[in-house]
Write a protein that binds this ligand. Structure first.
Ligand code: NAD
Length: 325
């Protein structure tokens, strides 16, 4: 029997993983996240199944090795929360793509909501306030969308944007055909809307920062559905105060761990930056929700289970993550 320690379980995941699980696998579903203080709950398990806000640092890796865990099966695409230099024999699998449509469609939904102020209109009409004052948006047609990262999700996002008649400019160190590329500064300077679709790396950390907010059009909208730390939140708050951009949509936030995915409505959220962002009428925040479609959940579960099966039956991992990744 292959025993799997499943951290940070949510009901919508448990249901689909139970459906996809093979007969020779046993999943121990746990609500808590994986970190130094919880790593011991992987004891007796062959696999750790972790998600975006679990912390797999050097200490956790050491302990997983000591406990005899063989495989870390990430049920997500990103792996910036793992210390890959501390694997020491542990192998890592991930789900490289589960539904680029889910994330790209969420990004465009956030843009449409912010631009046409649907979030405000929804609240108004619930109180029988049918006034249109302050709800004016702009046509997307003919405007310029700057796309940072033209991988799987970025390219689906570009296809959707082209349907709206947006002109696309992009930045990616590995260009693709049929896309107009430019450097990052030009992208920030010339775009009416900017959407981030690149991974979080040393190079991309805080790529949206104070210097670049100064370059943005004051009418521009920034959308981040990738990883929180692509955006310098402190500089973003200042830029919003200084009206250096019109609005921002965040599905991710650099200090999201501990809040996102959780119901914190009964407590005081002790993150002043998050409180400031939530309080602003031109900031739309969703809680790392972009991936959350039925299709994506099914693909995540089936690919994760296949990764585990492949490793234990054939000893190989098609979707492996290594220190060189
Ligand atoms: P991908 O690997 O297919 O594409 C990423 C692209 O980014 C590649 O083309 C790569 O060359 C490019 N890139 C790398 N470094 C860059 C840099 N410094 N600047 C600009 N581009 C750079 O990944 P994907 O499947 O398209 O996913 C993109 C990101 O979306 C993931 O890294 C993940 O962080 C995020 N994501 C978020 C959610 C969510 O629910 N919010 C879900 C899935 C993925």
């Amino acid at each position: 029997m292959i025993k799997i320690a499943f951290f940070d379980t949510k009901p919508y995941e448990q249901e689909v993983f139970e459906k996809c699980c093979k007969e020779n696998m046993e999943i121990k579903f746990m609500e808590h996240k994986l970190n130094r203080s919880t790593v011991d709950s992987a004891k007796g398990c062959d696999v750790v199944c972790a998600f975006v806000n679990d912390i797999l640092d050097t200490e956790v890796m050491k302990e997983l090795n000591r406990l005899g865990v063989k495989l870390i099966a990430m049920r997500c695409a990103g792996f910036n929360n793992l210390d890959l230099n501390a694997l020491d024999g542990l192998r890592v699998a991930r789900v490289p793509a589960y539904s680029p449509y889910a994330v790209a469609e969420h990004a465009i939904a956030m843009l449409l909501i912010l631009n046409r102020k649907i979030h405000k209109a929804y609240n108004r009409t619930r109180e029988y306030n049918f006034s249109l004052n302050g709800l004016t948006g702009v046509d997307l047609h003919g405007k310029t969308m700057g796309v940072v990262g033209t991988g799987t999700i970025g390219r689906v996002f570009i296809d959707i944007c082209r349907g709206f008649g947006l002109k696309i400019i992009a930045y990616d160190p590995y260009p693709q055909p049929n896309i107009e590329y430019t450097d990052l500064d030009t992208l920030f300077r010339e775009s009416d809307f900017i959407s981030l679709h690149c991974p979080l790396t040393d190079d991309s950390y805080h790529l949206a920062n104070g210097r670049r907010f100064e370059m943005m059009k004051s009418t521009a909208i920034l959308i981040n559905t990738s990883r929180g730390a692509l955006v310098d939140s402190g500089a973003l708050v200042e830029a919003l105060w200084n009206k250096q951009l019109r609005a921002v949509a965040l599905d991710v936030y650099e200090e999201e761990a501990g809040y996102f995915f959780e119901d914190c409505s009964g407590e005081v959220v002790d993150d002043a930056m998050l409180q400031l962002l939530v309080s602003m009428p031109n900031v739309l925040i969703t809680s790392h929700q972009a991936f959350l479609t039925e299709e994506a959940l099914l693909n995540i579960a089936s690919t994760t289970i296949n990764n585990i099966e492949e490793f234990f039956t054939e000893g190989k991992i098609t979707h492996e993550v290594t220190a060189k990744s």
